[in-house]
Design a protein around this ligand. Structure first.
Ligand code: SF4
Length: 113
């Protein structure tokens, strides 16, 4: 989803921290995440980074955005980790120029039980 032509996100090894340059929809997601008091937003280079973040941050819950295949892999990784998981599948997947339905993302990010 990152606009790699103008992205100013800080690279931190296996993930990026969005700087909110408004170059892609991640900026809007980042604003919403902050407003809803989520702990952090990570832009991952690959699904296996989830394990590293679980070890470092010990989250109680995660909302993931990914293609269906990566999302499925993430559910498998998180199956025994005692972490609540929600997933927003990309509406256009692939390796570049991916896209998300912002209404769906907002609905899931705002969901509380
Ligand atoms: S909004 Fe964030 S992720 Fe998107 S291009 Fe800008 S810095 Fe990169």
């Amino acid at each position: 989803m990152r606009n790699t032509l103008i992205c100013t996100a800080k690279e931190k090894g296996s993930y990026y921290i969005c700087s909110g340059c408004s170059g892609c929809k991640i900026s809007k997601i980042n604003e919403l995440v902050k407003k809803l008091n989520y702990k952090a937003l990570y832009v991952l280079k690959g699904g296996r980074t989830i394990e590293k973040i679980i070890k470092e941050q010990k989250p109680k819950a995660i909302v993931g955005v990914a293609c269906f295949s990566e999302g499925y892999q993430a559910f498998k990784i998180l199956k025994d980790k005692n972490v609540a998981v929600q997933f927003v599948p990309l509406k256009k997947d692939g390796c570049t120029n991916t896209d998300i339905d912002m209404k769906e993302a907002e609905m899931i990010l705002k969901y509380k039980n």
